[in-house]
Design a protein around this ligand. Structure first.
Ligand SMILES: [Fe+2]
Length: 213
């Protein structure tokens, strides 16, 4: 995906039936092809009228939305966030049964949470505790320290570095789970692409300054 205007919808990285039984085809179809596409289209429509921001990368738009002209500020906040968050959400799930984290990520989870089951508990608490629409996140700071956060609507936990998001908007689970957000969370947990996230975190740690923790 181009990381600036005009943004395009990245293809779903697996088949629509690849995440069964955890996530069904209709859910993935509506979530990816309709909801995600709408964030992409809305963001492009907003930026179409503002050439000054058309070469801004997605992350820059998100981090600087408060300095944008007032009439597009909220629209960029919501829709650039929607594009970023959904891109990462679909990328960090995988159809094959996920293995556990490895390498530096496994060590950091042990150090910062006490282990994978404690991380899961923290993510579940954040996901179920987010009132209304939003996200729960595993993030890293620039030193590699991990923490769990929740954000409302389409907000992104920058400047912390997002590693793993779970979408807790009802559109992510309502067709399959109705109001049972906890059941959806348990299913989502089984789909996490730990090898990929472990690699991302490992690369992040390679590039940190030598004086960091
Ligand atoms: Fe979503």
């Amino acid at each position: 995906m181009e990381n600036h205007y005009p943004f395009t919808l990245p293809p779903l990285p697996y088949g629509y039936d690849a995440l069964l039984p955890e996530l069904d085809e209709r859910t993935l179809h509506f979530h990816h092809d309709k909801h995600f596409q709408t964030y992409v289209d809305n963001l492009n429509q907003i930026l179409e009228r503002y050439p000054d921001y058309q070469d801004w990368p997605l992350e820059k738009l998100i981090q600087n939305w408060t300095s944008l002209p007032e009439d597009i500020r909220q629209g960029v906040r919501n829709n650039a966030g929607g594009v970023y968050n959904h891109g990462l959400y679909f990328q960090t799930m995988a159809p094959t049964p996920a293995s556990a984290p490895s390498g530096k990520l496994e060590q950091a989870i042990a150090q910062d949470f006490g282990g994978l089951s404690e991380l899961k508990r923290a993510m579940r608490t954040a996901a179920l505790g987010q009132f209304g629409s939003g996200w729960a996140w595993l993030v890293s700071d620039s030193d590699g320290r991990l923490s769990v956060h929740k954000t409302a609507n389409q907000d992104v936990p920058f400047p912390l570095i997002p590693l793993l998001p779970v979408d807790v908007w009802e559109h992510a689970y309502y067709l399959g789970y109705q109001n049972r957000r906890g059941d959806y969370f348990e299913s989502w947990w089984r789909l996490i692409d730990w090898p990929q996230i472990s690699e991302t975190y490992g690369k992040l740690m390679e590039n940190r300054p030598p004086y960091a923790k």
